[in-house]
Write a protein of this length. Sequence first.
Length: 366
Amino acid sequence: MCVIIIKQTGKHVPQEVAKTSARINPHGLGVIWLDTFDVTYHKSSEYKVLDTARPFIAHFRYATIGAINKENTHPFRCGNNKQEWLMMNGTIRTLGNFKKSDSKVLAENLGEIPRHKWKKELEQYECRFVTINTHSRTYQVYNKELWTQRDGVWYSKDNVLEDNLVAVYGTLKKGYSNYHSYLTGSKHLGKGETKNKYPLVINGLPYLIDDKGKGHNVEVDVFKVSSGVMAELDRLEGHPTWYRRKQIEIKMKDKTLTCWIYFNIKQTGKGQEWHKTYTQLPNRTRWYEEQDEKESIKEESNYTHRQLSLLDIFEDDCDDCGFDIVNEKPICVDCFHDLEHDGFVNYHCSGCDGWFSEDEVLRFRP
């Protein structure tokens, strides 16, 4: 995860992009201001500091290695070189531990390497890097072919550029099996239905046929997705060989949106039953159960790592680190935002819009 954003004077980062960057990467924001080359640190939720004409290089962190605290928020000084700083987007599994991030360790290592060898050192990794010299007021971008440029602004990943609206009606619906693999990082705009009627056939799995006027106004979930996520969905659906992506109108509560949707190449047939909605049954196939079991083991390992990383915060004095931890505060297991109780038996996360039961939330005691 993580994202680095490079903006020059006269360019603009849309607030929706900054907000998405914070939602996907909630574990800290660091900024080097290119007009003064000062360094500042913030919570990711303070993304509005980037709503400015000032030029900057900003880094939103998603923690994969190392504790969630100010000390692991980019940028990092490169060893004892007080003027040299590093920002990184990516993960180097051989570096770091529960307390210290891999990026911080890499920055410390760079301090022991001659400056002219940094390019060779950094470009051996499939990560995106920026090094900044606050004395000479210069910066250098590495592995530039992996970056995305939009309206004169550079982004180390395009997943924060959610330019595409997609409507899904099957296993990609929120909470269903393929949602967890493809859409958890994308913004869920809500539920809707197709403005026109289409045949939705359920034969084990559902598929929609492009035969407007027949069937029902099909119920869908609408997401904002990046071009990268859209490409993954194209591969999943076999577009354009087995399914073909097409834009149609989707009615939501107070608006109508033009969204991409995947139609099967099949034609309508006699005797077919057409449905309004698809519901994934609790007694899913054994294949799904096996995948869930594997994912559960993987997630449990990740959550244990995250719990240890979070608990590291309590071993240090964090009064001035800008990260608030409240005793017994329930925390989202997916994005680690604070949760709000619904007054009954569930908790809601405003960060990823997830819902959780009492047994699924994380709680931490210092």
